[in-house]
Design a protein around this ligand. Structure first.
Ligand code: 8YV
Length: 317
């Protein structure tokens, strides 16, 4: 039986599914693996099921002598794994794309609504005892109907957000993507992120992380946005220059932001926490039991197929 290391406690149904096929060891810590643990895992296990912040960078693969043949990542984003370095050592990397789409799009909608309608700010005011009663101009936010959402990255998650915005909230959709997408709703592809930023009332970031998108969004993009516009990020924190975002929120260059991810996660700058116009969630994108079960089952299926000698359904390149 192949030996598999699961890097964090996962739902019991997922562990049981893995145990049906493999000799499974579950690491009990909820914290990321340390470099020594990752090197030992590569040396001692046939496969590893890592998660976010188990940073398999190039240095971890140095030296060789690996027993490991597959890293079956739990999650769609795999920017914490140096896929080229893994491949150079003959290690396949897989992810869990379909399983995360709807839940992540739902968190984007949560952030859009909370930011545009000032929900976090309102709740803090009420809980802080500062509510003096309803009046017609109290805490006016941005109404979404008829407004334009600009989606940067029109992959599975971007498309799920577009559907929710268009069919659920009557919003117009514009997007930026490397290629034109054949979508089942009206949407205009913009020639640049800046052009999208200038037109959108809500900008949503849904691109993959990694070196190609590092600091894709910086001061120029925020300056292109309209002062009443909101910025939402459910992708990866380092796609955004967080210092530039804080400056834009502070100075009123943009109206608000809704974030589920951070540049140096889990560290969130005190300057961001201090801002009333920032809605801050602790990376809740896929945080629902059935979603985590579906992600785990897909990771196990990738392992099962790989060790059966078949192509795993979600190999990444
Ligand atoms: C996951 C995510 O919870 O799937 C992803 O890429 O960002 C999250 O929603 C996390 O990555 C699990 O490893």
């Amino acid at each position: 039986m192949s030996r598999i290391l699961i890097s964090r406690p996962l739902p019991q149904t997922v562990i049981a599914a893995a145990e049906a096929h493999f000799d499974v060891e579950v690491r009990e810590s909820t914290l990321p693996m340390k470099p020594g643990e990752m090197r030992a895992a590569l040396a001692l296990h046939d496969g590893v099921l890592p998660t976010l912040r188990d940073d398999f960078d190039a240095g971890i693969f140095e030296g060789g002598g690996h027993r490991c043949k597959i890293l079956a990542n739990f999650g769609v984003g795999y920017n914490h794994i140096d896929v080229a370095a893994a491949r150079a050592r003959g290690i396949t990397v897989t992810n869990t794309p379909g399983a995360v789409t709807d839940a992540t799009a739902d968190i984007a909608m949560t952030l859009i609504l909370m930011s545009a309608r000032r929900a976090g700010e309102g709740e803090r005011m009420l809980r802080g005892g500062g509510w003096e009663g309803w009046h017609p101009t109290q805490m006016l936010g941005l109404h979404l109907g008829g407004k334009t959402v600009g989606i940067v990255g029109m992959g599975r998650i971007g498309q799920a957000i577009a559907k929710r915005c268009h069919y659920g909230f009557g919003m117009k959709v514009i997007y930026q993507n490397r290629s034109e997408k054949d979508l089942d709703l009206p949407a205009e592809r913009m020639e640049s992120v800046e052009a999208l930023a200038a037109r959108a009332d809500v900008v949503v970031l849904a691109v993959p992380g990694g070196p190609a998108t590092h600091h894709l969004i910086g001061a120029e993009v925020f300056e292109a946005m309209q002062p009443h516009a909101h910025f939402i990020n459910i992708s990866r924190g380092d796609v955004v220059d967080e210092t530039a975002l804080i400056a834009a929120l502070k100075s009123g260059v943009i109206a608000g932001a809704g974030l589920d991810v951070y540049e140096f996660e889990p560290k969130v700058p005190p300057a961001l926490i201090a801002l009333e116009n920032a809605v801050l969630l602790p990376h809740l994108g896929t945080a629902a039991l059935e979603v985590r079960e579906a992600m785990g089952m897909l990771a196990v299926e990738n392992l099962r197929a790989f060790f059966a000698g078949d192509a795993p359904p979600n190999a990444v390149t």
